[in-house]
Design a protein around this ligand. Structure first.
Ligand code: AHR
Length: 362
């Protein structure tokens, strides 16, 4: 190699090193690169973290394979932040499946903060190694710019769990549940449970405002609830949290005890409401009927104890379907814009509930 070219390469290597140090110096959010167990890293990004300088090659560019395989995939996964049992099962599904399939997973967990998610998304756009970006969106609006930039950068984008309000040609596909249908199923169960009770007054514990899960479960529940005359007399966000839901329910109980049902948009919030009801001397599952969504371990324990009546499943183990779809997209195959997750409904009076609980993965 001629001396001059050698000099240029040295300069380039030095520039790359310098920029990485600079980025590290100004608190660019660390990302966890793993093909094995990845300890969760919470980004401590300082405000104004620089976007990747256009044209700066931070990572060696991987050549484009003829036919992509899982081993060629470098996935940048943007999670919502910890939200309880369902979310950790969802995160583990991605880490474990990546290990099984030999996929390089770069895991970015945002602390429940939308701007942090957007920073992570842009970081993966700039990361030349990343060929697939997977997003679990905290909120459904405001993603057009990032999606347009990802498209321009040739990244395959797959949405998982949460829908976003953006043009479908800006992402390969959405893999997740039908949250509206989950809400309908919950209402059908609540109608059955409050039938014959003194009234049909229901309180609603809502997920984080702005998320498609919270919005759509509320829509589906109201659609079916009105068919049996359920009256949703109060509704407020508990942010998917058992603690917040307990406090909210305690406040409502101080105002009135005339309630026949509680619809909790996830299991954690139902468990919080159960503690509040017990604290008020009421019998959860009897005096007040409870219906939730997710069907995690905690819900099965509460159903087996008779304190939770129904949990509508929302399957968190979405990674295999997401990786399969991403590989198809990389190989130019066309995909449906929605690949539904498989879900069921579980009731405390099911004769084989213990057996089902014994075989649950989450
Ligand atoms: O988006 C799915 C929801 O997010 C789950 O129902 C809830 O538990 C999680 O926080």
């Amino acid at each position: 190699m001629k001396q001059e070219e050698e000099g240029t390469m040295k300069k380039l290597a030095f520039m790359t090193l310098l920029i990485s140090i600079l980025l590290a110096g100004c608190g660019a959010p660390p990302v966890c690169i793993c093909q094995c167990d990845c300890s969760q890293v919470t980004p401590e990004a300082a405000p104004g973290t620089p976007e990747a300088a256009p044209g700066i090659q931070l990572q060696p560019v991987r050549s484009t394979p003829e036919v992509w395989t899982y081993r060629d995939m470098v996935v940048g996964f943007i999670q919502t932040g910890s939200e309880g049992g369902w979310r950790s099962a969802n995160t583990n599904s991605f880490k474990e499946s990546a290990e099984e399939l030999g996929i390089t997973l770069k895991f970015y967990d945002s602390p429940g903060d939308l701007s942090s998610q957007e920073r992570g998304f842009r970081q993966f756009i700039a990361d030349q190694e990343v060929n697939v970006i997977v997003l679990a969106a905290l909120e459904s609006t405001g993603w057009e710019d990032e999606l347009l930039e990802a498209k321009a950068a040739g990244k395959v984008v797959v949405l998982e769990d949460r829908r976003i309000d953006a043009s479908q040609d800006l992402y390969a596909t959405f893999i997740g549940a039908d949250f509206v249908e989950e809400g309908r199923r919950a209402a059908v169960e609540m109608c059955r449970l409050v039938d014959g009770m003194a009234g049909k007054k229901v309180w609603e514990l809502v997920g984080n405002v702005g998320s498609s899960a919270a919005r759509d479960r509320g829509v589906g529940f109201r659609e079916k609830a009105m068919e049996c005359g359920i009256d949703i007399i109060t509704s407020s966000t508990g942010n998917w949290s058992a603690v917040e839901a307990r406090q909210l329910t305690e406040t409502w109980l101080k105002e009135s005890r005339d309630v026949q049902g509680i619809f909790a948009q996830n299991d954690e919030m139902a468990l919080g409401a159960i503690e509040a009801l017990k604290g008020a001397g009421l019998t959860p599952g009897v005096d007040v009927k409870l219906v939730s969504v997710d069907a995690t371990f905690g819900a099965f324990e509460a159903m087996l104890a008779g304190e939770l009546n129904v949990s509508v499943e929302c399957n968190p183990l979405l990674a295999p379907q997401v990786y399969e779809a991403a590989l198809k997209a990389l190989n130019g195959e066309s995909l449906p814009k929605w690949i539904p997750a498989m879900d069921a409904v579980f009731r405390s009076d099911m004769p084989n509930l213990q057996e089902i609980a014994d075989n649950r993965q989450y």
